[in-house]
Design a protein around this ligand. Structure first.
Ligand code: SAH
Ligand code: AVI
Length: 324
């Protein structure tokens, strides 16, 4: 019996087995685009961890400060036998909740679910060492395709979807995902959903154009992911990162701009892509919420807000949600 099971729902090359159609569609579009879930190979996951430490990137430390304030009350209130975390990454912030749950003494299970194989493996190893009495069960999969493969609940469940990763999806995708999450919940279960809030656009743009260039490296890494997965020849140095805030749609849009006109061969797709000097590939949207837009999304998904938690600057919101 392994010390902890890890279920793998992605093929040998992870998500990359299924990216060919998405990449062909994205690079053939008039506004070229790539999907943000492709950022997270091993290097991308490590770069994201570095982003969370940047002085300009406030979401992680703000969410952590809210979690620290509420963890004990939240765990007493929800009293979960099981925590399921989607897009769990390194599970670093989750430790605040696991500490509070651990202190309650009774048995519990934690299920980290992420598309990034290496980060799930290292998080499971770390958590197993820290919390020997919490059963760890890792799942490597795509939360847009594999929610139905999460192991059946062992008792009252708290689903965590933190980091504002929901903001990287379009509204229709968010609603579809929330519908899938609703199916994971029984009466009495909860979802804790983290969302980054609308704020001064200078603060937002600084968070996505950091002075040290870590976000630039994270963004550019997506081209290396495509090079490796689909035998493409993107010259990463011939692209430049920039992110701007779209005030009409309340979102940061992250792009890679071509420094020169280029022909890129994508052998795995049998395709050559022409890109003009100054043209961009759109790699990520990061939607920002107000309490009203968050509420209407939750209601449209057929769920109910139980409690809204925020910080003193209202930079970030955590919604505790129940099914109707
Ligand atoms: N929850 C962590 C990590 C956020 S980064 C935090 O708050 O710091 C976003 C995480 O979601 C990454 O670990 C990435 O690998 C994962 N992810 C992105 N798209 C995904 C998908 N479609 N399915 C599963 N995981 C995904
Ligand atoms: C994971 N996701 C919510 C991050 C965000 O802020 O949209 C990813 C990221 N992109 C650039 N910096 C961080």
């Amino acid at each position: 019996m392994p010390r902890f099971p890890i279920d793998v729902h992605l093929g040998e090359h992870g998500l990359l087995d299924s990216i060919a159609d998405d990449v062909r569609r994205g690079l053939s579009a008039q506004q070229k685009f790539l999907l943000p879930k492709f950022f997270y190979d091993e290097a991308g996951s490590l770069l994201f961890e570095q982003i969370t430490e940047l002085p300009e990137y406030y979401p992680t430390r703000t969410e952590l400060s809210i979690l620290t304030n509420i963890a004990s009350d939240l765990m007493q209130r929800v009293d979960p036998q099981e925590l399921v975390e989607l897009g769990s990454g390194s599970s670093t912030k989750t430790r605040v909740l696991l500490d509070a749950r651990y202190n309650m003494g009774t048995s519990a299970r934690y299920i980290p679910f992420d598309v990034s194989k290496t980060i799930v493996e290292s998080a499971c190893e770390d958590l197993h060492g820290r919390y020997p009495d919490i059963a760890i069960h890792g799942v490597i999969g795509d939360f847009e395709r594999h929610l139905g493969l999460i192991p059946p609940a062992v008792g009252r469940r708290l689903v965590l979807f933190m980091g504002s990763t929901i903001g990287n999806l379009e509204l229709s995708e968010r609603l579809e995902l929330l519908d899938g999450i609703r199916k994971l919940l029984s009466p009495g279960d909860f979802l804790l959903l983290g969302m980054d809030m609308v704020k001064d656009s200078a603060v937002l743009e600084a968070a996505y154009n950091d002075a040290a260039g870590v976000t630039a490296a994270f963004n550019l890494n997506i081209l290396s992911v495509i090079n490796n997965a689909l035998q493409a020849d993107f010259n990463v140095e011939e692209f430049r990162h920039h992110a701007h805030y779209n005030h009409e749609l309340d979102r940061i849009e992250m792009h890679l701009y071509a420094r020169s006109a280029q022909s890129v061969h994508i052998t795995g797709l049998g395709m050559t892509m022409e890109v003009a000097k100054g043209e961009s590939i759109w790699t990520e949207s990061s939607h920002k919420f107000t309490q009203e837009t968050a509420m209407s999304m939750i209601e449209e998904a057929g769920m109910c807000l139980d409690t809204w938690y925020t910080d003193s600057l209202h930079y970030y919101g955590l919604a505790l949600i129940t099914t109707r």
